[in-house]
Design a protein around this ligand. Sequence first.
Ligand SMILES: Nc1ncnc2c1ncn2[C@@H]1O[C@H](COP(=O)(O)OP(=O)(O)OP(=O)(O)O)[C@@H](O)[C@H]1O
Ligand SMILES: [Mg+2]
Length: 398
Amino acid sequence: MFNLEELDIIDEIIKKRGLASKIFINREVLHPDYVPDSLPHRETEIRKLADILVVSAKGERPSNVLLYGLTGTGKTVVAKYVVKKLAEKASSIGTKMNCAYVNTRKIDTPYKVLATVASSIGLRIPYTGLAISEVYRKYVNALESWSGLHIVILDEIDYFVKRNGDDLLYKLLRVNEDLSKSKVSIIGITNNLYFIENLDPRVKSSLGEEEIFFPPYNADQLFTILKQRAEKAFNPNVINDSVISYCAALAAREHGDARRALDLLRVSGEIAEREGASEVTIEHVKKAILEIEEGRIYQSIVTLPLQQKLILKAIVELVSRKGSTTTGEVYNLYVDIAKKYGLEPLSMRSVSQVISQLDMMGIVIADVRSMGRHGLTKVIKVKEDVIKVVGEVMKNIA
Ligand SMILES: Nc1ncnc2c1ncn2[C@@H]1O[C@H](COP(=O)(O)OP(=O)(O)OP(=O)(O)O)[C@@H](O)[C@H]1O
Ligand SMILES: [Mg+2]
């Protein structure tokens, strides 16, 4: 419970900052999981998927479908959109049809995937403790007593197969052989084209009974998508078309990734709001690019193993002092740091390998130079923004 004084403080802050945002009416609309009412420039893909799945509204089993295409091309949102509409239709005409959605990158073990799939037809599986074959048997039994059509969306399936192999996928693709009163269809989604090529042929042919490719968006298409969202997300007159079109053009530069475009728009709005501005400008978008990039660097540094973080710490200390450094200098300083942390230092060879890896990840820049008769060394530099992020990350480790 608050006491009166605390309430006064909160009131004071609310009075000063206001609860209503000058920038946003509804920022949820820019959230990556939001499913809009219409999906511009995906009519073809929606039509193809709906054509395949439409029989499900009558309770008939549609073919399995594989959706593939680069990141941010609308695969997840189209799958959720079409299935939601069909489920509504099915329920309105009394068809027993249900859908399970699992992001197998987040829910990443066969046990948890099956438990999540089963929970959508009301079966509770304990969090751990059963053999996977037992979980499967329970799912099959539950399907039989439920007697309906189960559509199972397995998103980001390449991550799952890479980590766990294709046993569960294979089993789910054949589950209909164990069923007489119920049916299951699988929608697999991936942005890894290489994954499809390398799938076991049996899995490939049955998962890919039908395939739908999602092409990247161009800048004009991204503009329409952003505009539709901006109208719902921002207050009137807060953002003009030239700013939206700038975001669209930037996101279209690598490949037309709608997620990246929406992130840019959201972060630009948040920066404008933090600054107390009444409009979102191109300057805010430029700042948003830097902030998003910094976030990306932060993620890649924060997830490094401790020894690698310490090597990076040594590099950053030396580069801050003298502009650039070499493998030998890094090694000496790193050994001291590792000892301070009570760790057994890695060998010179391993440290050199870690430096190459950091170079490949774009965290440091390492050029190999000849030192005459002393052989080769790496001259290592680090960009300003990395130095800043390493400082923050190192603050948080003991
Ligand atoms: N045609 C569209 N209209 C409106 N919003 C869209 C459209 N296409 C994509 N989006 C939005 O862009 C974001 C990315 O789309 P989505 O998550 O479906 O991409 P994806 O193809 O599944 O990418 P990934 O392979 O990285 O998972 C989502 O927030 C989604 O709502
Ligand atoms: Mg997706």
